[in-house]
Design a protein around this ligand. Structure first.
Ligand SMILES: NC(=O)c1ccc[n+]([C@@H]2O[C@H](COP(=O)([O-])OP(=O)(O)OC[C@H]3O[C@@H](n4cnc5c(N)ncnc54)[C@H](OP(=O)(O)O)[C@@H]3O)[C@@H](O)[C@H]2O)c1
Length: 209
């Protein structure tokens, strides 16, 4: 059975998955790169990186994944819908290598990129979007790639089977929150916590049967 997974989704100690304001120059707003420095330090990111627990968990990102779903703000800065030439932040060979579904209220025709990534633009409720992505994943799992709004919506709808959230020891104070409205999520998910020597804490959420 195809599962729905979240990987390496980083939040600050105060629960923000992104800073603000987002712009072309600052994809994560005032958070800059601070939510992801733990990952940049791993072998997953580069050959000189570490090979400890951060790396082991980061490596899971694409294993068995056949499609990604992301939000409109992960795909581009405010106003990208008005730019017919916008093709995402990642250049011509984005790191998804699967069909990738961008949720937006202003869909456009698909964009075929190098390396197996095709961006499809979808205006649909999350459950419907998941059905479409599952079909495209050909029996493999679907990753919900962010941002915080989309991950939160999928969690709230009970559609996520496994979530790897990384709590980073910084306080952002403002931005987009992950956990808002998800009261008592621990009732529906078994939660394991792994503290890394790097200072981040990995939260592993698995939906109870
Ligand atoms: N912390 C991490 O690990 C991580 C990972 C990935 C991304 N990020 C960051 O998170 C930020 C973006 O997060 P975010 O929470 O602001 O936004 P987001 O989740 O990327 O996107 C939310 C937007 O997607 C569209 N959307 C969502 N659900 C939809 C649906 N069912 N149907 C149609 N459209 C739908 C809406 O945009 P429209 O109304 O404009 O169409 C909505 O405002 C970025 O800064 C990104 O870099 C962080």
């Amino acid at each position: 059975m195809s599962r729905t997974r979240v990987h390496s989704f980083a939040v600050s100690l105060d629960g923000f998955g992104s800073g603000e304001p987002q712009s072309l120059e600052a994809p994560f707003g005032h958070a800059g790169q601070r939510l992801h420095t733990w990952m940049f330090a791993t072998r997953f990111w580069g050959p000189d990186g570490s090979s400890g627990v951060d790396d082991a968990l980061a490596q899971q990102h694409s294993v068995g994944i056949g499609a990604e779903i992301m939000g409109s703000h992960k795909f581009g800065p405010p106003g990208w819908q008005d730019d017919p030439d916008w093709r995402g932040w990642w250049g011509e060979d984005p790191p998804f290598h699967t069909p990738t579904f961008v949720l937006t209220h202003r869909p456009r025709p698909p964009l075929e990129m190098a390396g197996g990534t095709t961006f499809h633009f979808l205006d649909a409720p999350v459950a419907e979007a998941l059905e479409v992505a599952r079909e495209a994943a050909g029996g493999l799992d679907v990753r919900v790639g962010g941002g915080a709004t989309v991950v939160r919506d999928f969690l709230a709808a009970g559609l996520v089977d496994h979530a790897h959230v990384v709590q980073v020891p910084i306080l952002l104070g403002r931005g987009v929150r992950l956990w808002d409205g998800l009261e008592s999520l621990e009732d529906t998910y078994a939660i394991e916590v792994v503290a890394s020597p790097s200072g981040v804490v990995h939260l592993l959420l698995d939906r109870r049967d």
